[in-house]
Write a protein that binds this ligand. Sequence first.
Ligand code: ADP
Ligand code: TYD
Length: 211
Amino acid sequence: MVRQVTGKIIAMEGIDGSGKSTQTRLVAHTLSSYGYKVNVTSEPTDGPTGTEVRERYLSGKEKIDPMGLQRKFTEDRMWHMAQCAPLVSAGNIVLTDRYYPSSVAYGYASINENGAADRILEMNVKAVPRPDMICVFDISPELAIKRLEGRNGKVEIFEKRSTLEKVREGYRVYFPPDCNTVWIDATRRIDEITGIAVSAIMKMLRKDDPH
Ligand code: ADP
Ligand code: TYD
């Protein structure tokens, strides 16, 4: 049976290595098995600006000022949401591995200027839809970095302990737990975390579409 809901955008958030990508995939799989129509997507995207951001700036090959970088992420996000709009209109649940809370939290951590994170939030609220729900996968930078070291591949510009500590603080300051934001202990077992996230999402779905 296909379960019909009003389209949703759910942001999967947390510091690098918190397990977002793992959970985005597993949560989508579980919700699909319950009959929901789910799409998985991520930022930075594979679109023109997302590719530029990854190849030029996240790699450390070229420098950009930190506000300029978050503007680039926002430009990529507008492209992203143009792709997602038909899916949301068709009643799908779009699970995105990062959304604008990432710009706010990473901007908070990297821009040494009063009010910068407020401006990033404001710019995004004007540019793209508000997420129906934000799941923050919360973990210490120490454990997240251990996990990243166990994962093959490149280290990107933000993957330092002190930076990730500040990013975690940025999430806390701007996205405290309430009905729109759930904070999930990301140090638990993978399957336990999936269970907690799925329950929270289903609670939100039932509240929004009670029939
Ligand atoms: P992110 O997308 O937040 O950077 P990933 O989902 O890629 O994080 O996870 C980073 C690494 O940690 C991967 O190797 C993944 O298999 C592992 N991992 C994810 N969740 C857990 C967990 N709950 N316990 C232990 N290892 C985990
Ligand atoms: P990440 O999720 O690691 O993407 P990928 O696996 O494709 O490299 O995101 C890359 C980095 O970009 C990560 O350190 C977080 C940062 N970031 C921002 O600073 N602002 C944003 O708006 C987004 C989406 C990501």
